[in-house]
Design a protein around this ligand. Structure first.
Ligand code: AMP
Length: 399
């Protein structure tokens, strides 16, 4: 059996994990722990066709990873005896220091800690995951794969905020972009699927999940993306507002009297689709629209309007766009979003084929007509596989 990689994605109170073989992508086991640190946590674990769901108290990430290892063992996999070549960690913010997948040592841990103010909700959680893995699997090398990494080379015109340079430079305020692992994976997969050389095509990737972002990639180099200094900028998301007027934030504080924490909560957790119609799950929004709910319809219209605004911007930026890919939960499943966000663009050489767009599946597929100058695709993302492959490359290089 070929070596496996354990991929860990630690959120503030959650942990996603997957044990997989990086060449074939074959998944041996995976799971999700939710509500870590609360009185009752839930672990959902799948291995060998068996699914276990258990309610228990897991006080921290170390306990959560320990429990996952216990379930691996109960299913017949002792990770300490398995040929495990790496633990791959999703790390949200690499700042300017890290953009390549990086072998974790104490210096790297210290640097990720130093970057925590740039991603206060995410980097500390990622570090807890790293510490837990190092304690429980001390002989297995850890590799950090950064969500910002793919956008490291964004050109200045896309990366700089038009704010006093002294302030932005002193505090590293710039547009970093996120979901990089997915944009990287999907754009490579799209070019490969169409048999086109990656560095010869222009692409737009729309990653539409609970979080959502879009990127423009010219000849293999990202030239713009919708998320910025934080994952709050850009598209309308499940619970995040995406773009707003910065003056609105000042108004919320100065005139309405909300505290900074309250504004944070409002824009990150009570906005987006949820803010507009009380539901953040796209399937629920779709059902509400079918039942005639006006707010749900409005939420959908705002979501599509923002998407079209960015499609327009990126089509102009790229000049010629060879490939547009939709990915993640909404992008892969919601045919109406794909059709509506690219409707009436025949004049720009983009034409969706209704029948192809209605097909469902887990493989990349074309949804544009043969006459469409831009090929439009659905490309299922697989961030765990991309992290596992990157981790394997790093540890092979140092072995
Ligand atoms: P992700 O963050 O990639 O897991 O995507 C989560 C989002 O995808 C949620 O809003 C889900 O409602 C949405 N989603 C998942 N499956 C479907 C589906 N079949 N149709 C519409 N939306 C879906």
């Amino acid at each position: 059996m070929k070596p496996l990689v354990l991929v860990l994605n630690a959120g503030s109170s959650s942990l996603k994990y997957q044990l997989l073989e990086p060449d074939s992508g074959e998944v041996t086991a995976d799971g999700l722990v939710e509500r870590i640190g609360e009185p009752v946590s839930v672990i959902t674990h799948e291995q060998g066709g068996n699914k276990t769901v258990e309610d228990l108290h897991l006080p921290d990430h170390r306990a959560a990873i320990g429990k996952a290892l216990e379930l691996f063992a109960a299913g017949g996999i002792d990770l300490e005896r398995t040929d495990l070549c790496a633990v791959g960690h999703r790390v949200v913010h690499g700042g300017r220091s890290f953009y390549q997948p990086t072998l974790i040592d104490q210096h790297v841990v210290d640097e990720i800690f130093r970057l925590a103010p740039l991603a206060p909700l995410h980097n500390p959680a990622n570090l807890v995951g790293i510490a837990a893995a190092r304690a429980l699997l001390p002989d297995v090398p850890g590799v950090a794969v950064f969500d910002t990494g793919f956008f490291h080379g964004l050109p200045d015109e896309a990366a700089l905020y038009a704010i006093d340079r002294q302030v932005t430079e002193e505090h590293a305020l710039r547009r970093y972009g996120f979901h990089g692992t997915s944009h990287d994976y999907v754009s490579h997969r799209a070019a490969e699927f169409l048999g086109r050389p990656y560095d010869e095509v222009n692409q737009i990737v729309a990653h539409l999940g609970n979080g959502a972002s879009m990127s423009a990639i010219r000849h293999g180099h990202p030239v713009d993306t919708t998320m910025g200094m934080t994952p709050l900028e850009g598209l309308v998301m499940g619970t995040r507002s995406g773009d707003t007027d910065p003056g609105l934030v000042l108004h919320l504080h100065r005139i309405i009297g909300l505290s900074v924490d309250e504004i944070d909560d409002l824009l990150n957790k009570r906005s987006g689709l949820k803010g507009l119609c009380r539901e953040n799950d796209f399937r629920a929004v779709t059902e509400m629209i079918a039942a005639g709910d006006e707010h749900a319809k409005q939420a959908y219209d705002v979501y599509i309007h923002r998407l079209r605004r960015y499609f327009g911007a990126y089509l102009i930026d790229l000049g010629t766009t060879d490939i547009i890919s939709f990915t993640a939960g909404v992008g892969e499943n919601a045919a109406s979003v794909r059709a509506d966000s690219l409707a009436r663009l025949e004049g720009f050489g983009i034409e969706i084929d209704a029948e192809r767009n209605a097909v469902r599946g887990s493989q990349p597929r074309i949804i544009s007509t043969d006459a469409s100058r831009t090929t439009v695709l659905v490309v299922p993302t697989n961030e765990e596989l991309a992290i596992a492959q990157a981790a394997k490359v790093v540890v092979s290089g140092v072995a």
